[in-house]
Design a protein around this ligand. Structure first.
Ligand SMILES: [Zn+2]
Ligand SMILES: [Zn+2]
Length: 341
């Protein structure tokens, strides 16, 4: 099978290679991949800003069909599924016991620590497999994983409630999903971006109460107007840009919460003093958790989240260079790969 492999440390160092088809071990399920999404994390791996063990097949967001299993009958051939990327964990630490697998010291995820889904087949332990609701298009089900990251951040780690004003910075796929989850929780959502994001903001207007190009509108003034001068209850920072995190400290109200969802990929400077005076809670959320996965699949089943409009391109894996280039140039939204023979 052909897989997109990060073959060495350093920027890029990726190529499509012939790789062996994996065989499921005991308790494992093999999935024939239908679609696999490029995530911000893959961009970080492309740029050498995120840990990985080369050579490794990249990709962790996927949907597909079960085609085999060993020592488990939890899933049958033909089942439409997606899965939890963190497939290697110790299973006994306090984080594993709490279903917080992304925090386990022994964690390895598909697409960075073990072979991922930018290929035709992937093998997962049966506990990491999740069924996609019947009414969700199979390819679109690949967005379950990024949705889960947003559900954990918005509904579990930094909950928002009806009546809250939330600012979402960074109108990429994570910003779109964060907006939708915050709306489902009942918040008033202001989605922001720059002049580079005009088309993305147009799409975001489908879900957000307001969208703001911060190069044209004074966001701080607008947020004050909407909040009686106090500032936003929550800022969900989805861009991973230093400037956005710095501005979040200005936008959030005293004792408000900043939830950092986008990864910065490196150090940056920030004046922490205003955050101290305002008693701001600064939180982060990294990947998913078992409780977030339950909520995610329920939200999809309940048709509370629209995934389809977020997919901008579906391309064969062999076009990976162009696909990564588009995302680096802030073009497109969620790009899905289809496997190639
Ligand atoms: Zn992802
Ligand atoms: Zn553990």
């Amino acid at each position: 099978m052909k897989g997109l492999v990060k073959f060495d440390h350093g920027p890029v160092n990726m190529e499509v290679r012939e790789m062996p088809v994996p065989a499921p071990g005991s308790g494992e399920v093999r999935v024939e991949i239908r679609a696999a999404g490029i995530c911000g994390t893959d961009i970080h791996i492309y740029k050498d800003e995120y840990p990985y063990d080369p050579p490794v097949i990249m990709g962790h967001e996927f949907s597909g069909v079960v085609d085999g299993a060993s020592g488990t009958d939890a899933y049958r051939p033909g089942d439409r599924v997606t899965g939890i990327p963190t497939t290697v964990v110790c299973g006994v630490c306090r984080y594993c016991a709490a279903g917080q697998h992304s925090l386990c010291d022994s964690r390895k995820s598909i697409g960075s620590g073990v072979h991922g889904v930018f290929t035709k087949y992937v093998v997962l332990p049966d506990w990491a497999v999740r069924r996609i609701p019947d009414h969700v298009d199979l390819a679109i089900g690949a967005l379950s994983e990024p949705l889960c990251c947003c559900v954990k951040a918005v509904s579990i780690r930094a909950p928002v409630t009806a009546g809250d004003v939330a600012v979402v910075t960074g109108p990429g796929p994570i910003g779109m999903l964060t907006t939708q989850v915050a709306k489902a929780e009942g918040a008033y959502v202001i989605l922001t971006g720059t002049s580079e994001d005009v088309e993305r903001l147009e799409l975001g207007a489908r879900w957000a109460d307001e969208t703001v190009n911060i190069e044209e509108t004074d966001l701080l003034e607008l947020v004050r107007e909407r909040t009686g001068g106090y500032g936003a209850d929550l800022v969900y920072e989805c861009s991973g840009s230093a400037a956005a995190t710095r501005s979040a400290i200005d936008l959030v109200r005293k004792q408000g919460t900043i939830m950092q969802i986008g990864l910065h990929g490196g150090p940056f400077e920030v004046d922490f003093f205003p955050a101290e005076l305002k008693e701001i809670e600064i939180k982060t959320s990294f990947a998913g958790s078992l409780d977030a996965w339950d909520r995610t699949m329920a939200l999809l089943d309940q048709r509370k989240i629209e995934l389809e409009p977020i997919v901008s391109d579906v391309v064969p894996l062999t076009e990976w260079e162009h696909a990564f280039r588009r995302l680096l140039d802030k073009e497109g939204m969620k790009i899905l790969f289809e496997p190639v023979d």
